[in-house]
Design a protein around this ligand. Sequence first.
Ligand code: 15L
Length: 275
Amino acid sequence: MKTILITGAAGDIGTHLRRELAGKYALRLSDIRPVKKPAPGETTVRGDIGRLTDMLRVTKGVDAIVHLGGFAVEGPWDAILRANILGCYNIFEAARRNGVKRLLFATSNHAMGFYRRDQTIDQRVYPRPDSRYGVSKVFGEQLGSLYADKYGMQVFCIRIGNVNPAPVDKRRLSLWLSPRDLAQLVQIGIDHPDIRFEIVYGVSGNKRSWYDNSNAQRLGYKPQDDSEAYAAEVLAKEKPGADPRSEMYQGGNFVLAEIGGDPSRVTPKLKRKKR
Ligand code: 15L
């Protein structure tokens, strides 16, 4: 049985993943916070991703890493810098030094949040982060690309939408990732024999998706869930958005944070060239 390290294991996604992956792998659970009650098949190890020495210790001897650790929303630069820039470097570098070939990186829809909701994007379009947090996720993806090309690591980036037992609002109807679909993507990332560097969208098979997730499908992803089953209930509870810009962009409120100004500033109308 493969031994898998999960960083940030005490968080919400880590908690869902522990339940979903139980019995499939031996799980080594790491977090800066205490991880609740290890079950059979789980071990816990305290570690701060901001410290390379900690990451060298926690990554030793594992078959793959699922890197969930870090600052999970927009925040002050110092916090993002330590947890998501330095922390991300530390996990990749520790993996490389310890000979851990495979690393799954939990990136985010906020790497792409300045795409409009009327656009369908795949993994090949250039990033449009909506926040410092989004920029840190783009950094992690690109670091993964470097470690794949330069050091032969196998890197699987999941641009996660929103993991929840059920979608919580209109925006999340397009972004929802059920825990079992998350687990399916993670298993592909761990076990697929032919991963070099991949980016997939971490969303269920939502009818309202903003993503062309054919790269995930190519690797075998067959989502079990679709947010549409919850749509009527979610939309009935939805309050009108305070600002039209959070409705316009995929990143929602992350786009609005500190923006102040005219939305045309970020989506200039392109004039057609006269022939
Ligand atoms: C994320 O990347 C965050 O980690 C999570 O807390 C949610 O805000 C999610 O995106 C989202 O966009 O719903």
